[in-house]
Design a binder for this molecule. Sequence first.
Ligand code: ATP
Ligand code: MG
Length: 363
Amino acid sequence: MFIEEVKAVNFRNYQELYLQLHPRLNIFVGENAQGKTNIIEMLYLSAMGKSFRTNKDQELIKFGKNQAYTKVNVKRLSGETLIEVRLDTTQKKKLKVNQIPLTKLGELLGNLNVVIFAPDDLKIVKGGPGERRRFIDNEICQIYPKYYYTLNQYNRILQQRNKLLKESRGRKIDLEIWNQQLAEAGATIITYRKKFIKRMGILAKLMHRKITEEVETLEIQYDSNVPFKEKDEFKEIVDTFLKKIGENSSMEYRRGLTLVGPHRDELVFKVNNIDVKNYGSQGQQRTAALSVKLAELELIKGEVGEYPVLLLDDVMSELDIKRQNYLINNLKNVQTFITTTMISQLNTANTENRRVFYVSQGE
Ligand code: ATP
Ligand code: MG
């Protein structure tokens, strides 16, 4: 799929914006604070119904204005989709797909698929375990919406169980029903994560090999808090879960906290067998995170039948020429948006396959 046209009124620092986009590569060049990321943000908004930088829709409306409007035209294998967003300082945002108003934000998802890679995404590799769990959960939700429900259910059980443990003040109480519920919801999460991380790992490794021209090897390891075996299915994972709860029970009472479960899972990124979180260079960390995002392109293609649009905000400057080249020249069937402060940085030999936009003060 690709975005053919974009229109925006009073969005961030753009009073009026109209762009005809290239189906392959679109490069936005400009100095700092000119409006490059704002364009990426607008495209993301059209896909996900919210910004990737802020939860406050108001911030997207141009200073001093009451309304903002955006429209994108998406060409898909199945035809054309028109997505409109209207933001208002005094009202809830309004979304329309092919002129039809949507009642829920969820209805927007799937009309335009995007994968975004922005400087903040380095957190996937460099941040704490919570960042990685959040990342993996988001990815799974995009592909299996049911997972979202299981995750909420698990968190509710976890909160309840923690409350009971805390209130028990170290005395043993009967937690059997809670243990069973926690183990079942937890094992469901682990089963999803196990399957998904395996698929993602294979694809990310492949991408990583290509980007680094076969010099480096990426392995993604699922380090679950519940030590399941590779061949284990749901039932075995529940058993292992309950066994570990048994072993940790005195400690849980002492600390008044649930210590066993996927809320303590970890994901380890290894490049050439070295943990990149602690030992990788900045470029290696970025390449590992990028490979995971490129794997996401393939995962979404597998699900929806065509590639999503790729949004690359400010990521070129930290990649060396060969890694940049891969991104620019090898993603032939993926519409890609790149922002950069220096066009000379980008080695785009094939000038036919791209359109360059110079961005200056919201123009
Ligand atoms: P960098 O290279 O530093 O990442 P950029 O070109 O990506 O820069 P953007 O983040 O797209 O910059 O745009 C920032 C500009 O948009 C700033 O000048 C900021 O003041 C302006 N801006 C942000 N929000 C609004 C708004 N609601 N109304 C008007 N201008 C805004
Ligand atoms: Mg920017």
